[in-house]
Design a protein around this ligand. Structure first.
Ligand SMILES: N[C@@H](CCC(=O)N[C@@H](CS)C(=O)NCC(=O)O)C(=O)O
Length: 184
């Protein structure tokens, strides 16, 4: 059985846009039946739900009790990267702008929250999924690396995880190939 989480209630501006729509649509296209798990106010931040969706967001997806590496891949790109990219843009492109100075504390706080959720989900494991390196780790590492101009990864307790990803020989070969192109 497939279960998809969604909010029981959202403000009018979000109705019809909430991201569980993508999964519902895909399942309708595929003709696959599913159950919805509707979250009451505040339930998204409960320990139980965070266990399922570490960022307290919808949708969360379950199929016969399974979680998949692709969920982490999407989490990296759409739960973590937007916050990190927003901070990186402030620091790398707009640091001298008055609005950027005003916006930076809030942007950094959002990044800290997202990194804390990643750290909690990772716990003492080596990798995000099933204790083996997956596409989710690959994508998460490339997202976390965007913060290399800060100490936020270390402070979030994710330094060892990122180092573990970057120590992989395949990553080193990929990085070397990119850097060689710049040196040429
Ligand atoms: N990585 C998730 C992100 C989902 C997402 O952004 N969900 C929003 C609703 S559209 C949410 O749950 N926001 C509540 C929150 O961040 O607290 C995905 O792409 O499915």
């Amino acid at each position: 059985m497939i279960i998809v989480s969604a909010f029981k209630s959202v403000p009018p501006f979000a109705r019809g846009l909430v991201r569980d729509l993508r999964v519902r649509w895909a399942l309708e296209e595929a003709g696959l039946p599913y159950e919805q798990k509707l979250l009451a106010d505040g339930e998204k931040d409960s320990a139980d739900y965070r266990e399922w969706q570490p960022f307290g967001q919808v949708p969360a997806y379950e199929e016969d009790g399974l979680r998949r590496a692709t969920e982490w891949l999407i989490a990296a790109l759409n739960s973590v990267e937007p916050a990190i990219q927003s901070l990186a843009a402030i620091d790398l492109f707009y640091a001298q702008e008055e609005w950027a100075k005003l916006r930076r504390p809030g942007a950094e706080e959002m990044v800290r929250n997202r990194l804390a959720a990643v750290q909690t989900a990772l716990g003492n494991d080596h990798w995000l999924t099933d204790n083996r390196f997956s596409a989710g780790d690959l994508m998460m590492a490339t997202v976390l690396r965007i913060l290399r101009h800060t100490d936020l990864i270390e402070k979030a307790g994710l330094g060892d995880y990122l180092a573990r990803c970057e120590e992989r020989p395949a990553f080193q070969r990929a990085l070397d190939a990119q850097m060689a192109a710049f040196a040429a």
